[in-house]
Design a protein around this ligand. Sequence first.
Ligand code: 13P
Length: 243
Amino acid sequence: MPEPKRLVAGNWKMNLLRAEGIALARAVAAEARGAHRCDLLVCPPFTLLAAVADALGDSGVALGGQDCHAAPAGAYTGCVSAEMLKDAGCGHAIVGHSERRHACGESDGDVRAKTLAAWRAGLVAIVCVGETRAEREAGRAIDIVSAQLAGSVPGEATAANLVVAYEPVWAIGTGLTPTNEDIVEIHAAIRGCIPAGARILYGGSVNPKNAAEILALAEVGGALVGGASLKAQDFWAIAQACG
Ligand code: 13P
């Protein structure tokens, strides 16, 4: 089976208003129509999904949501279902991002239910895992990530419906990254917990300067990019770093 292409995904988080989001999506789409070696995905805030879907057009850049509710519909004020993401043009949903695990108190069980919801709607689930600084310093990173995977990834996972994003909490938005050896070690451990062929992304302070080195690691199937995905030039430089 040929190796899947690397996936470079932009998580815009809670950033950008309509005009800025459309401009960024148009710029990414324009670049994506030229030669490139990776799959591309952008995950805007919910309010921009329809406008960004329109701006991406037939560029081949995929669209994803940053979260979804476990239920298909109902009395859940402020929430968005996986079916709604699909209806807005999404093919992917990020679930279990550490900013939701920590700030919104999401448990592995919640993330598992959201993963099942994504699959129910026909979306690829991007399940995020990662240790805190204290957990890494205590030598517990692999145990923590393995436990998160065991609790968050349902048994029905396949290489086609699952992407795992390893995002050490202490590397997100800090400019810090693990050593290559640490990335390789933890990606290899993740590989042992998920179906063969499922992509494992690295996320946490990926930028145009460090992308080539990180993406050159055989264990790394792509990148989940936060801050640097908000500038078309930087996002594109990271995409072009895929060898
Ligand atoms: P930064 O790239 O800004 O560190 O964010 C990473 C992230 O959380 C992507 O989901």
